[in-house]
Design a protein around this ligand. Structure first.
Ligand code: ADP
Ligand code: ZN
Ligand code: ZN
Length: 741
């Protein structure tokens, strides 16, 4: 092959082409698809990075004009052919550039880290004489040499610290030619697996056995179907994953386990390590680029065969992935909404299944309505686990907060919850109080005129943080002192509204001064490992009550927790999103699952102002199928996913009038070309957050069941808009089925 097909790393859609470059002779044997290279680009031949996507014998431009590849970044391909195929699919599916997809799949490039080691020089006559001479005298050099006679290279830093010497004797030995300095590679970010004890697998329950057999069958299949495991919390799903992985590893293939970042705890990882030891690695967002790069390298080289991590771990470069497990598959974090490509890890996993023939396993106590619908239609295989392994389900009680008001109880706690907490304290059992919100209060407003303190960059209200006595914008991070007088009317009556974890903590301290309390939310978990520290303290019984946000809603397994209070279930009911019902059902059931996980029976108290809401009612009865039946009927009637696709077009820019003008232009064009009303337009509206960092945001969402037609229509209309209007200062963001609109 004479030419390389190259995509370059300029993330602008105008240069999303494949360019041809000639291959210098010196690179002929090395170059192949998937290599990262440097190429001259543009009129001034600036050297930029690119990726070889294939080789060809015929170039699309004149031979005289063709430029040669400048240099190789690495000696090996950084992306496999299968994943180049994946990148091409993502490019089309998520409307973005090929190079941004490749960059999303591979880790950021960093320097590999190596460190100096000392080793014995290569064996020869002169060396043996020299060794004898050094060893005959009792010197520091002799002590260094004794360490090295075993044959292994030893890090210089070890030699110095073990022997308590400086570098001089080593330098002297190098000069004599007895030893030499070598550089060995070290991996950053390894999970320390050596401290975890091996465990033996338990005997499976009949339900677990059945689910395993379904997965085993799919593992044998040439075109496996995804398997959806619907099992209540504590029904033993993780044990099923472990068995399936064991089977996969025995056949020489590898496994990827996706878990939401917030359930990626020490406890979760240890369950995998206790079975598969140092074959396991972990990735998460707190790893730095070097650590991530090194763990990716270990996967690529086959040094590990199980990778656990959040969404992005789906791209772990195993040569032969056999299974991709997606735990808590309903979580919205599997969909990337911020950065391009705005991919969905579940869809990526299914594409990988097509490319590599691996099995996708989706697990959840509360499957997403879309996945359950697919299982119902037979696109997925469904396994249901009805029973908890320990056969206990908590008593769930709904408390009507309107009644509390009537009894002049204005506290955050109903009388029932207060009594239950008191009982638990007495019995020395633990309690979790759950609130899906962070900070002391949601907003600060003026009693006199009603003015709400807002961040002027983002058009969202400030959150008041009592700890630091500040108002903080949770979108751009801006923070100001609480004003003493209202900036609108000058009144001094400024009031803090709402309910936050800090406020719950205050009330708990007031009612139960003797209780030991821990709080876990956005503000207390900013430091590395603080998340884990809080959980460990709670597990070891150093606190009676854990107060927290959604971070504590899932994945945890504490045997002494027998009471869970959901302080304000309504918070998620009023999101203004078609998924509010689904989100509420999921939250309530996940939190309820925290209670009574071992021998002791658990209790859950749900406080709400809407006790008749169907998602709360079904969640309290642990009746997923009842909830699903009502929810899917609503989706069918209103034509929401899974019965359609939503395609969100967001325009942003600094000039508000211009953004609005472009948006109405776009909607005008969309109306014009929507001949048979095949497409439904929702909007235009300002985005939920109408301004971020001084960029105004307007959006329209287009609805159509046919994804291909939807894509073509939207892209066509955008092209028309660009022809007619100046969109230079406008950013266009496209998102297929966003998690929130
Ligand atoms: P899930 O992942 O569905 O929440 P887990 O796999 O964490 O459930 O199981 C819940 C608890 O039951 C865990 O403590 C686990 O060790 C235990 N367990 C799971 N399967 C079995 C089994 N077959 N026999 C005994 N204990 C089991
Ligand atoms: Zn005011
Ligand atoms: Zn802001």
């Amino acid at each position: 092959m004479k030419y390389a097909c190259v995509t370059v790393s300029v993330s602008h859609s105008d240069v999303d082409n494949i360019f041809h470059y000639s291959i210098p002779d010196s690179m002929k044997d090395k170059i192949c698809a998937g290599m990262r290279i440097n190429v001259p680009f543009g009129r001034y031949n600036k050297i930029i990075e690119g990726y070889v996507t294939g080789l060809t014998d015929t170039a699309d431009i004149d031979d005289k004009k063709i430029k040669p590849i400048h240099s190789l970044c690495e000696e090996y391909p950084v992306i496999s052919e299968g994943r180049i195929e994946l990148a091409r699919w993502m490019q089309k599916k998520y409307y973005t550039t090929l190079s941004s997809c490749i960059q999303c799949i591979i880790p950021k490039r960093v320097n590999e880290k190596s460190f100096a080691c000392i080793a014995l020089n290569d064996e020869n006559e002169a060396l043996r004489d020299m060794i004898e001479r050094v060893m005959s005298k009792d010197t520091k050099q002799k002590r260094v040499l004794s360490l090295l006679l075993g044959g292994d290279a030893i890090p210089l830093s070890h030699i110095k610290s073990i022997l308590g010497i400086d570098g001089a004797p080593v330098s002297a030995l190098i000069k004599k030619g007895v030893v030499k300095k070598v550089y060995e590679k070290t991996y950053r970010g390894n999970f320390n697996t050596s401290l975890v004890k091996k465990t033996e697998p338990p005997v499976l329950t009949a339900e677990q056995e059945n689910a395993c057999n379904v997965i085993y069958e799919e593992l044998e299949s040439d075109s496996p179907r995804p398997v959806l495991i619907h099992g209540v919390t504590g029904s033993g799903k993780t044990e099923i994953y472990l068995r399936a992985i064991d089977r996969v590893l025995k056949s020489g293939r590898s496994a990827i386990v996706l878990v939401p970042e917030i359930s990626l705890t020490q406890q979760t990882v240890e369950r995998f390590v206790s079975r598969f030891g140092d074959r396991v690695s972990v990735t998460h967002s707190k790893l730095n680029d070097g650590e991530r790069y090194d763990q990716w390298t270990r996967a690529r080289l086959g040094e590990i065969s199980v990778m656990i991590g959040p969404r992005s771990a789906v791209f772990t470069p195993f040569e032969d992935p056999g299974i991709i497990i997606i735990d808590e598959e309903h979580e919205s974090t599997y969909k990337s909404d911020q950065l391009s490509p705005k991919y969905d890890a579940r869809e990526v996993a299914e594409k990988l299944s097509e490319i590599y023939g691996c099995v996708v396993v989706l697990g959840s106590a509360t499957p997403s309505v879309v996945s359950y619908y697919r299982a119902e239609k037979g696109e997925y295989r469904l396994c249901t686990l009805e029973n908890r392994v320990n056969n206990l389900f908590p008593d769930i009680k709904i408390t009507d907060m309107r009644v509390e008001m009537a009894y002049k109880n204005f506290s955050l706690f109903s009388r029932e919850l207060k009594n239950a907490v008191a009982e638990n304290l007495e019995r020395k059992e633990q309690t979790i109080l759950f609130l899906n919100r962070r900070g002391y209060s949601t907003f600060v407003s003026c009693r006199q005129c009603g003015h709400v303190m807002m961040c002027d960059n983002c058009n969202v209200n400030y959150t008041y943080h009592k700890g630091i006595q500040n108002l903080c914008c949770h979108y751009c991070g801006k923070s100001i002192r609480v004003p003493e007088v209202c900036p609108e009317c000058g009144s001094r009556h400024i009031k803090y509204f709402g309910t936050g974890t800090e406020k719950i903590e205050q009330e708990v301290n007031k009612y139960f001064p003797e209780a030991r309390v821990l709080r876990m939310d956005f503000d207390t978990t900013q430091r590395k490992n603080s998340h884990q520290t809080i959980l460990e303290e709670f597990r070891s019984g150093k606190a009676d009550i854990l107060i927290g946000t959604q971070m504590i809603a899932k994945g945890l397994d504490f045997s002494n927790v027998t009471l869970v209070g959901i302080v304000a279930a309504d918070l998620s009911l009023n999101l203004g999103d078609y998924k509010s019902g689904e989100i509420t059902y999921q939250l309530v059931s996940q939190v309820a699952g925290r209670s009574g996980r071992a021998e002791k029976k658990g209790r859950v108290i749900i406080q709400t102002y809407s006790p008749d809401n169907y998602s709360i009612r079904y969640a309290a009865r642990n009746d997923y199928k009842g909830f699903y039946a009502q929810e899917i009927a609503y989706r069918r009637q209103m034509i929401y996913p899974p019965f359609t696709n939503l395609f969100n077009v967001l325009l942003t820019g600094e000039d508000e009038e211009h953004v609005k003008k472009c948006m109405s232009g776009l909607v005008y064009i969309m109306d014009h070309y929507n001949k048979n009303n095949m497409f439904t337009l929702m909007g235009p509206t300002p985005a939920v957050i109408s301004k971020i960092n001084n960029n105004y945001r307007w959006q329209v969402t287009v609805k159509c069941a046919d994804e291909e037609k939807l894509r073509n229509y939207v892209l066509f209309c955008l092209d028309k808009l660009k022809e007619k209007t100046d969109t230079k200062n406008i950013n266009i963001h496209l998102n297929l089925n966003p998690s929130y609109i």
